[in-house]
Design a binder for this molecule. Structure first.
Ligand code: ADP
Ligand code: ZN
Length: 738
């Protein structure tokens, strides 16, 4: 018998190996194996077992990793589909599909070494400072995994062994399951009585789950309409039928409230099951353990970010994609998959039901609902009878005329904040740009501080007195005079706003207010996020300023005012989705207001107040926006009317990359002639010509049948021999156009 194996490094093909007699019983599709490759031994995954091979002189598999095969047949099929559709080698896909810690596991469920402190008698020998600090690091815990202690106490195994000899600690093998939520107390919750809109959505989802025929629902429910309650009860229903569920959320480390709600519902009661959590802030060990719980069937519900769609849930019944319009479902490195679309495909493979939920569905999903590919479920009312907030759009051009130049806060917003402070209610302010000022200019010679690696200006961060590039991370000291040696003007000017400046201005305008800021500058560790949100939730903060981080899924009943400082910021991006993005952002941010008993108010400051995206958002008119936007997409044959792919060529040499891009375009045009509706645009400079030292040129392809295009295009592009210093990225269904 012969096993086909996908090796752990990307070569774009699989290799055949003999299965030695003694391993026959242990080798299945999905198993991890060790095989000879040239002079080395490498790890790989068995993707098929076949009777014959076109090759001769096959070498035998050397070893099978213990335990259940980590790859299930379904996940393997899914991986193959991703490889074909997103034009990415299977090996690379499998790297994303299986967590690192699981791929390298040699001996199945690994026993870990754990360290326990031995209680010391009062007059024991004097400890070294080193030893003291290790014991301090263990305080309050009965046992600590050795690896964790090594990191936490920044020490070495030798030091610990020495402490063991001195009977200060014991080191034993134990199976410790790392639970990232261990320190949290979760109060069990009961199902709520559904309102009529929820009940009807719920009934239709249950029907589909029972029919065990794949179906995709688009749950379009306004913010606060109680979508989560529908998910929870639908999942409970699936569990009753013996089925498992996967819930995707945009970035779970940023939505602790959602995780809590799931744990609270399923941590007790008749349907009690473990809820496994998978997201990017887990340590490798934590991820390993969560994954194992799922593979062993002990956790039947998985909640996680993007890659949780690959969780090895057995007999999957339901997949929920919350906030399905979010761009973070798209992975911006190979494989460049969109977890929402993969979810729909996976559910098809397993006869499961998908629920895509959003208050602002992506044009793609709503279009699919219009085309009857998806079934539309609508919830127009807020579940807790709270009213939708009143949205006021302030014309900042008029405000600018009243004062000298545009103010940061309009009169309306200032009054709003003042009255909230007086009433003890809370305010959230939103600006989608961190830092203090978006550029530094010299008014005399016109010098603008730009990034040496990217074609954008540097953002000024005042607290640290540095200029930073928000693309590549380049940082330099902020100059105190114009760096142009001929100019040296000391009166350098900062233009454009950032959240840091908002925070500072608030302190000036409202000296008594307690203000907190939440953006990736202030949140370096995951505890920061909990702390800032905790303080806001318990009323220790009056005003929370933030970037889009605060726009998502948060629920604070005492927030009655939301201010959007610069609504047009996302509107004038060189991206055909700029309008959609702005509409979504405004609606989501506005959804944070008035979720308690008091009606909410939203103040939207804009320099283009009559832009359709802003006006439709103000009227809370999703379908109005959709109709206008789809017409524009239709005219240009942009998604969702067609599907797009972007081929980006990158190089440090601009001439070379331009030349290569033109060549690739011609190759594509010649090779893909038979695809009748294909449009090939470019090659043209990317909107951000230079990023991270590379010049970038793009070719955009559009067609209605992307599967056919992918299949033809991938071998064509792989066959092109690129110059050494030019590289290529293929992005199917791109969401990021710069
Ligand atoms: P969405 O996810 O649609 O934005 P949520 O699920 O966060 O909305 O629900 C908003 C609020 O309404 C929550 O506080 C939730 O507990 C409450 N809620 C949901 N469904 C019901 C219901 N049937 N009866 C009463 N309150 C509900
Ligand atoms: Zn840069």
């Amino acid at each position: 018998m012969i096993a086909r194996v996908s090796l752990d490094f990307a070569v774009g093909k699989e290799f055949d190996y003999l299965i030695p007699a003694e391993l026959v019983s242990r080798i299945q599709v999905g198993a991890r194996v060790k095989v000879p490759f040239g002079p080395r031994e490498v790890l790989g995954a068995v993707t098929a077992i076949v009777d014959q091979s076109p090759h001769t002189n096959l070498r035998p598999i050397t070893k099978v990793l213990a335990g259940q095969p980590p790859l299930t047949i379904t996940v393997l099929k899914l991986a193959r589909w991703i490889s074909d559709y997103y034009c990415c080698p299977l090996e690379t896909v499998l790297k994303t599909v299986l967590p690192e810690a699981v791929r390298h596991e040699e001996e199945g469920w690994k026993e870990r070494l754990v360290v326990q402190a031995i209680p010391r008698a009062g007059n024991a020998a004097k400890l070294t400072t080193r030893q003291e600090s290790i014991l301090t690091a263990m305080e309050g815990q009965t046992e600590v995994p050795l690896q964790q202690l090594l990191q936490r106490a920044r020490t070495t195994p030798a030091t610990l062994r020495r402490m063991e000899e001195l009977h200060l600690i014991t080191i034993t093998a134990g199976v410790v399951e790392r639970d990232p939520y261990a320190h949290e107390t979760i109060v069990p919750s009961q199902s709520l009585a559904l309102n009529p809109e929820q009940a009807s959505a719920f009934a239709r989802i249950c029907q589909a789950v029972d029919a065990a025929k794949s179906q995709t629902f688009l749950l379009h429910g306004v913010t606060g309409s109680g979508k989560t309650e529908v998910y929870l009860q639908a999942i409970a229903h699936a569990l009753q039928q013996g089925k498992g569920a996967i819930v995707l959320v945009p970035e779970i480390s940023l939505t602790p409230q959602t995780v809590e709600r799931f744990k609270a519902r399923f941590s007790s009661g008749p349907l009690q099951t473990m809820v496994a959590v998978l997201h990017s802030h887990l340590s490798a060990g934590e991820r390993h353990d969560e994954w194992k719980k799922i593979r062993q069937g002990r956790a039947r519900i998985v909640i996680g970010a993007r890659s949780a769609i690959f969780a090895p849930v057995d007999s999957l019944g339901l997949v929920v994609v919350d906030e399905e319009h979010e761009y973070s479902y798209k992975q911006e490195e190979a494989p460049r998959y969109n977890a929402r679309d993969v979810a729909v495909y996976r559910a098809q493979l397993e006869n499961a039901v998908t629920v895509l939920g959003s208050a602002t569905p992506s044009l793609e999903s709503y279009y699919n609902a219009q085309q009857k590919k998806y079934s539309l479920l609508e919830m127009r009312l807020r579940a807790d009878h709270a009213k939708m907030p009143i949205i006021r759009v302030v014309d900042m051009r008029a405000e600018a005329r009243k004062e000298k130049g545009p103010p940061i806060f309009s009169l309306k917003l200032k009054e709003g904040i003042t009255s909230r402070l007086e009433k003890g209610e809370q305010t959230m302010l939103f600006l989608n740009r961190r830092g203090y000022a978006s550029s530094m200019q010299c008014p005399k010679c016109g010098y603008v501080a730009g990034c040496p690696n990217c074609s954008i200006s540097l953002t000024y961060h005042r607290r640290e007195q540095r200029l930073r590039c928000h693309i590549c991370g380049h940082a330099q000291k902020a100059p105190t005079e114009c760096p142009d040696t001929a100019c040296k003007n000391p009166a350098i000017r900062f233009a454009g706003l950032g959240t840091e400046k908002i925070e500072e201005t608030l302190h000036k305008l409202f000296p008594k207010a307690r203000v907190a800021r939440m953006d990736s500058d202030t949140l370096k560790r995951k505890e920061d996020y909990r702390r800032v949100l905790g303080d806001f939730k318990t009323g220790k903060t009056d005003i929370l300023v933030g970037t889009q981080m605060i726009a998502k899924g948060l629920h604070f009943p005492n927030v009655t005012l939301v201010g959007i400082i610069h609504a047009d910021l996302s509107l004038h991006m060189p991206d055909f989705r700029a309008g959609e993005r702005t509409f979504q952002l405004l609606t989501q941010v506005a959804g944070r207001a008035g979720r308690g008993d008091v009606e909410g108010e939203v103040v939207v400051q804009a320099f283009t107040p009559f832009a359709p995206a802003i006006q439709y958002a103000r009227r809370n008119d999703y379908t109005g926006f959709y109709d206008a936007e789809i017409e524009f997409r239709q005219q240009l044959m942009y998604p969702p009317l067609a599907r797009a792919a972007i081929i980006t060529l990158k190089s440090c040499h601009e001439d070379k990359v331009r030349f290569t891009a033109d060549y690739v375009k011609v190759e594509l045009q010649n090779g893909l002639k038979s695809i009748a509706d294909l449009v090939v645009a470019g090659a043209s400079p990317a909107p951000l010509l230079k990023a991270e030292t590379f010049f970038r040129y793009q070719i955009m392809l559009r067609t209605r049948n992307m599967s056919a295009l992918s299949k033809r295009m991938h071998p064509l592009l792989t066959a092109i021999k690129l110059p050494d210093d030019v590289s290529m990225v293929i992005d199917i269904d791109p969401v990021n156009l710069h």
